[in-house]
Ligand binder design. Structure first.
Ligand SMILES: [Zn+2]
Length: 308
């Protein structure tokens, strides 16, 4: 059984919240009574990506203060009437190089979620570094990692299992890669959990075509190997990723491709930044875009997907 399994029973949920998710053990003071007492919907998740948190809350990039954006989202999550049963940051949690100072600021930003007992799950992006991240957010460090030097986990929810993968290949180098060892683990884990729809989550975008000459492979290098594992298993329904800083939803051979927006800056002016509320159904998923700018033209955009 892989590590980091979160069945989302109430009991486990509370345990996870008080002892673990937080992992911010140093913050284990009295938890916020109001936020903690809200009922969590076991089918509801908050999906964030590309927070790019720097060591100083004064640092901006592309006209955006990344710390302020994450603090805003954390405030929104705490004030939700219906609590998500898990909060994900899908990679590029840190600004550029995964520095200890970046993760110290990240931990401070996330402290209000930890105090309120929200289970927190991080994946690794190309701007992350596992060691410094584990040092700052100790709960994220697996006790018994199924894959040496990769950060993977499985979240079980009533209608779907979420497989969190690690596509970090080299810190601060754009290309992503899962590697054969992780793909073998994934295939076995999928086969062991074939009773429910599977949603695959990793930082890098699938890239089916090689880049133009003299350009780096910016997405996942072993995309074809990954999809060989996925398409042959009918219970795999969707792949969720970030990295491109573009909110889009597509499809490949019947598998939905959900590209989360960044919490931090966008690369194209018209694209929204923000996060996505994801509600699992037995036969699909409902997505709702929550933009940083409440007046953005795509604020509140809803996408309903049916499983193949
Ligand atoms: Zn990235």
């Amino acid at each position: 059984m892989p590590i980091h399994v979160s069945d989302l029973s109430r009991r486990r949920f509370l345990l996870h919240g008080s002892a673990g998710a937080a992992g911010l053990a140093f913050l284990s003071g009295a938890r916020d009574a109001v936020a903690a007492d809200r009922v969590a919907d076991p089918n509801l998740f908050a999906w964030l990506s590309d927070t790019h948190i720097p060591e100083s809350d004064q640092i901006e990039a592309r006209g955006v203060n990344m710390t302020a954006n994450l603090r805003q989202v954390v405030g929104e999550l705490r004030s939700l009437e219906t609590r998500p049963s898990g909060v994900l940051i899908n990679g590029d949690c840190a600004y550029l190089k995964g520095l200890p100072g970046d993760y110290a600021n990240l931990a401070a930003c996330l402290a209000p979620l930890a105090e309120a007992g929200f289970p927190l799950h991080l994946t690794m992006g190309n701007h992350d570094d596992r060691g410094p991240l584990y040092d700052a957010l100790s709960d994220q460090r697996p006790d018994d990692p199924p894959i040496e030097s990769k950060h993977v986990s499985l979240i079980e929810s009533p209608h779907a299992n979420l497989f969190l993968l690690d596509s970090l290949r080299e810190v601060n180098v754009v290309t992503g890669e899962l590697g054969q060892q992780q793909l073998r683990w994934l295939a076995a884990a999928l086969d062991a959990h074939a009773d429910k729809p599977a949603v695959i989550i990793a930082h890098h975008n699938p890239q089916f075509e090689p880049p133009a000459a003299n350009r780096p492979w910016s997405g996942m290098l072993d995309t074809d190997d990954l999809f060989e594992v996925l398409t042959s298993r009918d219970h795999v329904k969707a792949v969720v990723f970030g990295h491109t800083h573009r909110w889009t939803v597509g499809e490949h051979q019947g598998i939905h491709l959900i590209n989360l927006p960044p919490v931090a800056y966008v690369f194209a002016d018209a694209m929204p930044n923000g996060w996505v509320s994801a509600r699992m159904r037995p036969d699909g998923i409902d997505l709702e875009l929550r933009t940083i700018d409440a007046n953005h033209s795509r604020s509140g955009e809803r996408v309903t997907l049916a499983w193949r």
